[in-house]
Design a protein around this ligand. Structure first.
Ligand SMILES: Cc1ncc(COP(=O)(O)O)c(C=O)c1O
Length: 406
């Protein structure tokens, strides 16, 4: 079944990895081993010289992690072709967290004196990495409103140092979207690399490689895992040589690798990605319609609503609208705190993408230490509530939210 092209996403998620094992175990086993034995000195030497590099040491590669990497690469490449009209090949590296995958991505591709261009409204950890860590390494971070292509054009024609553009679409927590294709075209004309954080959409809803990006990145902690059982991150690239050499070297030396147990959980979670996403998306649509007409709600941020400023762009580049939405309560901070406290079924927790509905109030949690003026620039108001819509029955989700609003 090696290299078989499947007709659907679920078949790909279930069968893309063609792992076999000596015990004929049905599921990919948890290869809980730090190192791998070799039968002779010659065999060991061959491995170190590049043959079967996968069987040396688990920081370098591990069979359970590899099964995940093969599966995610197949999902991101599903149905896509390269410039020679051949099935697109991608290389994935599984990390211990989304943050670790991002660190490998930026440090392996940028050096002191380079600049990276990105946009407002990013996941808090990404923003802090840009704001607090990269500047200390001599990498400049330039932030513009990328929903305006003229801002991107201006930035890349002003600074010669921009070597990479980083996108997060839809973005956490405001659900803002940027045009992957248009921005990538501008970047390619200047030989600038493009990376895209595809965490909110997953490859089921959006495949950024279709638009020519160089790297895709996920916090696998979220929808890919789906059950909230493990932190993880993955970095994928289409330049296989670069991924196998420089990027792999940084991955191994920074030490941000995942582990076989978390990889096992992720691999099994991904098997139901398509089914889960379909239910998540239907529920989000119904919930957004309910919230939109509620008198205590000022504004609903969900790209599936035609009133959302990014509705067009989200509809162009995603199969359906990502099942994460946010809304603003009329009563501000106190209303946000009160609403969260009254929830009976939905889970009060940060993170997203689990099978149950997760609700968070960024002003009192994830962004509590971000100065108000700063978070307002990102659209994070006092009464903003973020919801990761789960796969419960929609009647129960709506009932819980309705009673918490009352
Ligand atoms: C969009 C996005 N990117 C990256 C991350 C970081 O991933 P992790 O928490 O797995 O390190 C998160 C975490 O919430 C996220 O939402």
């Amino acid at each position: 079944m090696k290299n078989k092209i499947f007709k659907g996403v679920s078949s790909t998620a279930l069968h893309a990895n063609h792992h076999t094992n000596s015990e004929d175990a049905h599921l990919v086993p948890i290869y809980a081993t730090s190192t791998f034995t070799y039968g002779s000195t010659e065999e060991g030497m061959e491995r170190f010289l590049g043959k079967e590099k996968d069987k040396i040491y688990s920081r370098w590669a591990n069979p359970t992690c590899k099964a995940v990497e093969t599966t995610i690469a197949a999902l991101e490449a599903f149905g896509l072709s390269n410039e020679n009209n051949e099935p697109l090949e991608l290389k994935a590296l599984l990390h211990s967290s989304g943050q670790a995958a991002m660190t490998t991505l930026f440090l392996s591709n940028l050096k002191a004196g380079d600049a990276i261009l990105t946009h407002y409204s990013l996941y808090g950890g990404t923003y802090e990495l840009f704001n607090k860590v990269l500047p200390d390494t001599g990498i400049e971070v330039i932030i513009v409103d990328m929903r305006l292509l003229s801002e991107v054009e201006k930035a890349i024609s002003t600074s010669e140092n921009i070597k990479m553009i980083h996108l997060e679409t839809p973005a956490n927590p405001t659900i803002q979207c940027v045009d992957i294709e248009a921005i990538t075209q501008l970047a390619k004309a200047k030989n600038i690399l493009v990376s895209c954080d595809n965490t909110f959409a997953t490859p089921y809803l959006q495949q950024p490689f279709k638009y020519g990006v160089d790297f895709v990145f996920h916090s696998t902690t979220k929808f890919l895992n789906g059950h909230g059982t493990a932190i993880g991150g993955v970095l994928l690239g289409k330049d296989i040589e670069l991924m196998k050499t420089k990027v792999w070297k940084w991955f191994v030396l920074l030490g941000g690798n995942s582990n076989p147990f978390d990889a096992f959980l992720l691999l099994n979670g991904m098997k139901t990605l398509e089914l889960r996403m379909q239910r998540h998306c239907i529920n989000a649509k119904h919930l957004a319609q309910f919230l939109q007409q509620h008198p205590l709600i000022e504004k609903v941020n969900y790209t599936g609503l035609t009133s959302h400023p990014d509705h067009q762009i989200a509809s162009k580049q995603m199969k359906d609208h990502a099942p994460v939405l946010s809304f603003e309560l009329k009563g501000g901070l106190q209303a946000g705190i009160h609403f969260q406290n009254k929830l009976q079924m939905c889970t009060r927790a940060v993170s997203l993408g689990t099978v149950d509905t997760l609700i968070s109030h960024p002003a009192s949690t994830t962004h509590v230490s971000v100065p108000k003026e700063e978070r307002l620039k990102f659209g994070i108001t006092d009464g903003l509530i973020r919801l990761s819509v789960g796969i419960e029955n929609i009647e129960d989700i709506i009932e819980d939210i309705e009673q918490a609003l009352s």
